[in-house]
Write a protein that binds this ligand. Structure first.
Ligand SMILES: *Cc1c(COP(=O)(O)O)cnc(C)c1O
Length: 369
């Protein structure tokens, strides 16, 4: 790879010698998947680190979304956000559910609770919000609406690893939350993911469902799927968990430097920390007001690329603009003005734990005039 390239992310990698030690244990045991000892250990350690009652590991972050909808028997229509990674809506489609897009709030980029009720129909059975960029949704208001209408709430918390509000994990909100441990996320197991649930019975049921529905050698309790995590990636995950705090602290320093330099730049806006929230600094999105800044988002994006600074336009295009979903009534841009505004002005700046001072300076040189 080009050493001069500043990439938007860089994976947190365990120490290779330590990983080799754990691989030797796996080789010696010859137990390489199906709820092995590293799998069990990582589930326990994650529950404790994340301050949640139960965690079930998955092989990626998309399958727990699909499985959560299955487990809760969600059908009909589900209210969700267009401002996310496409997997959020795909999980609905894979369950034969009609996505109903509701606009986001410009202050956070999250589903606007004030706009949810107007989208509820007799077919609505659940709400699937996303804590976009790891910024917590208004979980209290969303739960009030869900309780009033008898709806389930499943959070796609792929960005919200370790995020807390007033000392409590944001992953405890709703019926279930799902995480992604993909290489590009704050905490990774190369590919991987998890579901967070409140009680042991649900954890048991999910553990059956992610293993074809097997509840014993000869008993199948439902049409399950195979989405188990193997021992190799669980071992990798155990090592990465030990250094994730350090990585988040390094990301925080990058965010502080970016904010300090960008605060005075006309036409560039960004998010500040929210009061009472422990953030994970998973992304650093900036939003370009082309009239005030004097350059369009795409012009700046291309200028950065030429200087080998790779930002990413997360989340552009909106999910509602992809051919699969464009035809839905709720995908009408008139229904989603804030989401369109964000998608058309965003660039996520390079944000990871190995950015050096000179890298950050090179990023900022492209933006600060
Ligand atoms: C990454 C991501 C996913 C999918 O996770 P995978 O582990 O890549 O399957 C789902 N939703 C959101 C919001 C994501 O960012």
């Amino acid at each position: 790879m080009d050493n001069n390239l500043i990439t938007v992310t860089s994976p947190l990698l365990p120490n290779l010698e330590e990983f080799y030690g754990l691989l030797k244990e796996i080789w010696n045991s010859k137990y390489i998947t199906n709820n092995g000892s590293f799998h069990k250990q990582l589930e326990k350690e994650l529950a404790s680190y994340l301050k949640v009652p139960y965690v079930s590991l998955f092989t990626n972050g998309t399958l727990p979304l699909i499985t959560a909808l299955q487990a809760l028997r969600v059908t009909g229509e589900v209210i969700t956000t267009p401002y996310s990674f496409v997997a959020t809506t795909h999980a609905l489609w894979w369950n034969g559910i009609k996505p109903v897009f509701v606009d986001v709030d410009l202050e956070t980029g999250n589903l606007d609770p004030e706009k949810i009720e107007a989208a509820i129909t007799p077919k609505t059975t659940a709400i699937m919000p996303v804590h976009v960029y790891g910024k917590p949704c208004d979980t209290k208001k969303i739960q009030e609406i869900a309780d009033r209408y008898g709806l389930r709430v499943i959070y796609d918390a792929a960005h919200a690893f370790g995020v807390e509000v007033n000392g409590e994990s944001v992953l405890n909100a709703g019926d279930m939350s799902t995480l992604s441990f993909h290489a590009t996320k704050v905490y990774n197991t190369i590919e991987g993911g998890a579901m967070v649930m409140h009680d042991e019975k649900t954890k048991q049921r999910i553990d059956y469902l992610k293993n074809f529905g097997f509840a014993g050698e000869t008993t199948v309790v439902g049409p399950g799927i195979n989405s188990k995590m193997d021992e190799v990636r669980a071992a990798y995950g155990i090592l990465n968990l030990r250094q994730v705090d350090e990585a988040i602290a390094a990301r925080r320093e990058v965010a502080i430097t970016y904010r300090k330099a960008l605060r005075s730049v006309e036409g560039i806006s960004f998010f500040d920390d929210m009061p009472g929230v422990k953030h994970n600094y998973s992304y650093f999105p900036i939003f370009i007001d082309e009239r005030k800044y004097g350059m369009t988002r795409d012009e700046l994006y291309m200028k950065m690329r030429e200087a080998k600074v790779l930002g990413r336009r997360y989340f552009y295009p909106l999910i509602s603009e992809f051919s699969t979903y464009r035809g839905l009534e709720s995908a009408d841009p008139k229904n989603l003005p804030n989401a369109h505004k964000m998608a058309n002005s965003v660039i996520c700046l390079p944000m990871h734990h190995t950015l050096r001072t000179e890298d950050i300076e090179r990023v900022l040189e492209q933006i600060v005039k």
